[in-house]
Write a protein that binds this ligand. Structure first.
Ligand SMILES: [Fe+2]
Length: 132
């Protein structure tokens, strides 16, 4: 997954968190042998879950601060994603399966989350003159 200018929301804190999310996800995606590297998978996954929670909290603080009208829907998406990540962990029978599920999920949700959901907030914030 490549960071590109189209991923930018215009909120520096959110953008730098997205970069780190991409970085953690890429490290996970790069793991070639999840059985041999299971400690690494577990470590990165733990890190990802913590960081996603922190990131969603940050975003929600921005939504509240600026009285973003899409806050309810976006918060629901956050809850869905958090559930999905945890489900991948509990429903995978082994490391290979876990890695397969993670690869599919990461690619999909990061794209949707950053490029679609967060972009809506960004477009709205620009229209209100909150950011340029
Ligand atoms: Fe985000």
């Amino acid at each position: 997954m490549q960071w590109s200018p189209e991923c930018k929301t215009g909120f520096d804190e959110i953008d730098s968190q997205h970069r780190l999310l991409f970085a953690i996800s890429n490290e996970l995606l790069d793991i070639e042998n999840p059985v041999k590297q299971q400690d690494e998978v577990k470590y990165l996954l733990h890190h990802l879950i913590d960081y996603v929670d922190k990131h969603f909290k940050t975003e929600e603080e921005y939504f509240s601060k600026h009285s973003y009208p899409g806050i309810k829907d976006h918060k629901e998406r956050h809850i869905d994603i958090s559930k999905q990540i945890r489900q991948v962990v509990t429903e995978s029978k082994n490391m290979t399966e876990l890695k397969e599920h993670l690869d599919t999920m990461l690619d999909q949700w990061i794209r949707v989350h950053v490029l679609i959901e967060d972009k809506k907030f960004s477009v709205w914030a620009i229209s209100k003159g909150i950011i340029k």
